[in-house]
Design a protein around this ligand. Structure first.
Ligand SMILES: NC(=O)c1ccc[n+]([C@@H]2O[C@H](COP(=O)([O-])OP(=O)(O)OC[C@H]3O[C@@H](n4cnc5c(N)ncnc54)[C@H](O)[C@@H]3O)[C@@H](O)[C@H]2O)c1
Length: 262
């Protein structure tokens, strides 16, 4: 399928991460101009240098949990690239553990990045997206549509993303601005590797094995790749996806489809 992308400007937050970098590479391969934001300055610079061989790249170190930094990222896009056609909100952080052991600091960090940060990136991109009839693609999660034990803060943040998406889709529809959320299951990225390391006790590989054990594919289960998520996001950001807005699109090997009887 040929999808026109050249001359369009795509803003990606969390661009230095597993999914964000795959998204940036996919849009760069199609010739889109990129505006990349991430908290990790070193990894962001490396990615920007790699992609500069393919397209025009503007990179900005930023903390999306600070609304002023979200505003600055969108202003940079408007001033340096002249427009925003697609905003991909991929910045995110993970925590897990019993709710009764959860601190206010954990709550503030996860909600601050995953939900508040996403909201304010949308908020400051909207005036530009209205000019281009552009779109917002949020990286939500399977955890935004199903509950799991000991992940209440993360699922609260991603559940917020799901309904933020639906409300924005309706609010922005008269301006032909779309808003969708992709809901991945387990994607093999630094986040998932960090989960296994930080929460897998003395058996990080066992942590990952346990995740796969719940997949409907059984012994044939595998993790999703960041490139598979990026391909979906690339399609959703294309004119061919014009009728798709307000949708929560699962990419999870069916793990959110229903209860599995063992
Ligand atoms: N990996 C998975 O299994 C999985 C599954 C479902 C959803 N997700 C979601 O996908 C998105 C991307 O995750 P990933 O797996 O690529 O993780 P990742 O850790 O590889 O990338 C996340 C990126 O976000 C950046 N970031 C963190 N806090 C930030 C902040 N305050 N401001 C700006 N940037 C910040 C990090 O530096 C990192 O580069 C996240 O929203 C995550 O919740 C991931």
């Amino acid at each position: 399928m040929t999808i026109e992308t050249g001359d369009r400007t795509v803003v990606v937050t969390g661009a230095a991460g597993g999914i964000g970098a795959a998204v940036a590479r996919r849009f760069a391969a199609a010739g889109a101009i990129l505006v990349l934001g991430d908290l990790n300055a070193v990894a962001l610079e490396e990615l920007a240098a790699e992609l500069a061989a393919l397209t025009t790249v503007h990179a900005l170190t930023c903390d999306v949990s600070m609304p002023a930094e979200c505003e600055n990222l969108m202003r940079t896009a408007a001033e340096k690239a002249g427009r925003i056609d697609v905003l991909v909100n991929a910045a995110g952080v993970w925590t897990e553990g019993p709710t009764e052991a959860t601190s206010e600091e954990q709550w503030d960090r996860i909600i601050g990045v995953n939900l508040k940060g996403m909201f304010f990136c949308c908020r400051f991109a909207i005036p530009e997206l209205k000019k281009t009839e552009g779109c917002i693609i949020n990286v939500g999660s399977e955890a935004g549509i199903t509950g799991t034990p000991e992940t209440a803060v993360y699922t609260a943040s991603k559940g917020g993303v799901s309904l933020l998406t639906k409300s924005l889709a309706i609010e922005l529809a008269p301006d032909l601005v779309r808003c969708v959320t992709v809901c991945p299951g387990d994607v093999m990225t630094p986040m998932l590797r960090g989960q296994a390391r930080d929460f897998g006790g003395d058996d990080p590989k066992g942590y990952l094995r346990q995740l796969l054990a719940s997949y409907p594919q059984g012994k044939k289960a595998r993790f999703i790749t960041p490139e598979e998520v990026a391909e979906l996001i690339f399609f959703l950001g294309s004119p061919a996806a014009a009728p798709i807005t307000g949708a929560l699109i699962s990419i999870d090997f069916g793990t959110s489809a229903g209860y599995r009887y063992d």
